[in-house]
Design a protein. Structure first.
Length: 320
């Protein structure tokens, strides 16, 4: 059986489009067809290559069983307003939408100060460059292909799904005071060869599985190798393991913060740590924590002073 769609409310932008108020909505319903590929027509707003879309208010709405609120191929900037998805049941019983915002490999997406509460579909699926700041959502964020996503000062909390999903060779940067929580699955899932960088005061927690799961040969970097070590943040916590490295050829660099897990803080090898530091383990209330600390290399018995490099110890001994 074929499919039908209603694109009477779709905006197809080839220039500059500014949305500051009002509502732009579309409705679409489909019967499943394996050859069905009308994603452009199933988007409330299509922002084409070399076009600019600015949203400072108003509402983008879609009542559908497939499609997107916004498909961005150009430059899209969203700083305020409302994104709204409403469900209609498709013949094949599909979800509400594939994703609220689909950013293609030619797209640059900047979203800030937006709340999107709709756990039945994804918030952003990114193939291009996406910067998400001060976002509050309970929907998955997907990084696909070789896309790049930066998440700053945001709150992302899910029940039942992976909160952040890095599908392929892309890069995800999590920074600022971002809080990521998954109830039943991974906080961040790095599936293949991609890179996850976690810095700042970020807090990533899974109450059902791993805080971060590095499945294949990708790279996980916690903190920055800059000579300054924080033992407080970022915080990575898992019900089982905080960080799980599934492949011996993966890369896991641990430079700042604390990693926690009931089964263990870290599964698999640690590739690199800050120079002159060691990984310290402790267990409290059945939870193992690992962080970095300098170990003393010398101690002057007469003063009971410990030193973290030999030259300081020699100088102090000579002074005494």
């Amino acid at each position: 059986m074929g499919s039908h769609y209603d694109n009477s409310s779709v905006i197809n932008n080839n220039g500059e489009f500014n949305l500051s108020g009002g509502t732009i909505s579309s409705t679409s319903n489909s019967n499943y067809d394996s050859s069905f590929n009308k994603q452009d027509y199933s988007s409330t707003i299509i922002n084409n290559e070399n076009a600019t879309f600015n949203m400072t208010g108003g509402t983008i709405s879609k009542e559908a069983d497939y499609g997107y609120l916004l498909k961005n191929k150009g430059t899209a900037v969203i700083t305020d307003g409302k994104l709204e998805a409403k469900k209609i049941q498709g013949t094949f019983g599909g979800p509400i939408l594939r994703t609220a915002i689909y950013n293609t490999n030619t797209g640059t997406l900047n979203v800030s100060n937006i709340g999107y509460v709709n756990s039945e579909n994804d918030f952003v699926s990114n193939y291009g460059i996406s910067n998400l700041s001060n976002i509050v959502t309970n929907s998955t964020i997907n990084n696909l292909g070789n896309g790049t996503i930066k998440i700053i000062d945001s709150t992302i909390s899910l029940v039942g799904n992976n909160t952040i999903y890095n599908e392929s060779s892309g890069i995800i940067n999590v920074t600022g005071s971002t809080n990521i929580t998954s109830t039943n699955n991974y906080g961040i899932y790095n599936k293949t060869t991609g890179t996850i960088n976690v810095t700042g005061e970020s807090n990533i927690t899974s109450t059902g599985s791993y805080g971060i799961y590095n499945e294949s040969t990708g790279a996980i970097n916690i903190g920055e190798k800059d000579g300054n070590v924080s033992i407080e943040t970022p915080i990575i916590t898992g019900k089982t393991y905080g960080v799980y490295n599934n492949n011996n050829d993966s890369v896991f660099n641990f430079y700042d913060g604390v990693i926690k897990g009931k089964t263990g803080a870290i599964y698999g090898k640690v590739t690199d740590i800050e120079t002159d530091y060691e990984i310290i383990s402790k267990t409290e209330n059945g939870v193992e924590s690992k962080y970095l600390s300098k170990l003393p290399v010398a101690k002057i018995v007469s003063t009971n002073e410990e030193y973290f490099n030999i030259q300081d110890a020699i100088n102090s001994s000579n002074d005494g």
